[in-house]
Design a protein around this ligand. Structure first.
Ligand code: RBF
Length: 159
């Protein structure tokens, strides 16, 4: 039989007492608002208090890392979630925004030691955006919030 580890660190999905920052892009708000709805619902269903979530709005996904950095710097949040929807158009802009934002978000989490989770939809078209913001493929805002709850608790457990 395989020997189990001496110590195992895990984050629970209990949101009670957690304070979460959410940064939302206004661009494609039709979808982003659904991501935020899903995130809030997940937080409350896991025992969190809606008043313990603070939301910052930015013009578009490109601006998300700036507000995430500001929220992290306050020291008031156990985790920050990033919610945005980038839909591919006629130009290459989507790829540039996506790679820049994902790189920055990962870096911010590592630099500060506060978990940052990725609730970004990168869609080729409107149909994919619909599928990932509360229909066939679930809701990426829910996923980002669950990851934030788990990571915030993991962070506390390892400390
Ligand atoms: N922001 C998004 O959040 N999603 C998009 O799909 C998106 N598409 C854009 C397409 C173009 C051609 C440009 C110039 C900007 C787009 N933005 C989008 C906005 C971008 O994230 C940022 O807010 C602006 O470029 C201002 O810095």
């Amino acid at each position: 039989m395989k020997k189990t580890a001496g110590t195992v660190f895990e984050g629970t999905l209990n949101a009670q007492g957690l304070r979460i920052g959410a940064v939302c892009a206004r661009f494609n708000d039709f979808f982003v608002s659904k991501l935020l709805d899903g995130a809030m619902d997940a937080f409350v269903r896991h025992g969190g208090n809606a008043d313990d979530v603070a939301v910052a709005y930015v013009p578009g996904s490109y601006e998300i890392p700036f507000a995430v950095k500001k929220m992290l710097a306050t020291g008031k949040f156990d985790a920050v979630i990033a919610l945005g929807v980038v839909i591919q158009g006629a130009t290459a802009h989507a790829g540039y925004i996506n790679s820049e934002v994902s790189k920055c978000l990962a870096q911010l989490g590592l630099e500060t030691g506060i978990p940052v989770t990725y609730g970004m939809i990168t869609a080729e078209n409107l149909e994919q955006a619909i599928e990932r913001s509360g229909t066939k493929q679930g809701n990426k805002g829910v996923d980002a919030m669950l990851a934030a709850i788990e990571m915030a608790n993991l962070n506390k457990a390892i400390k």
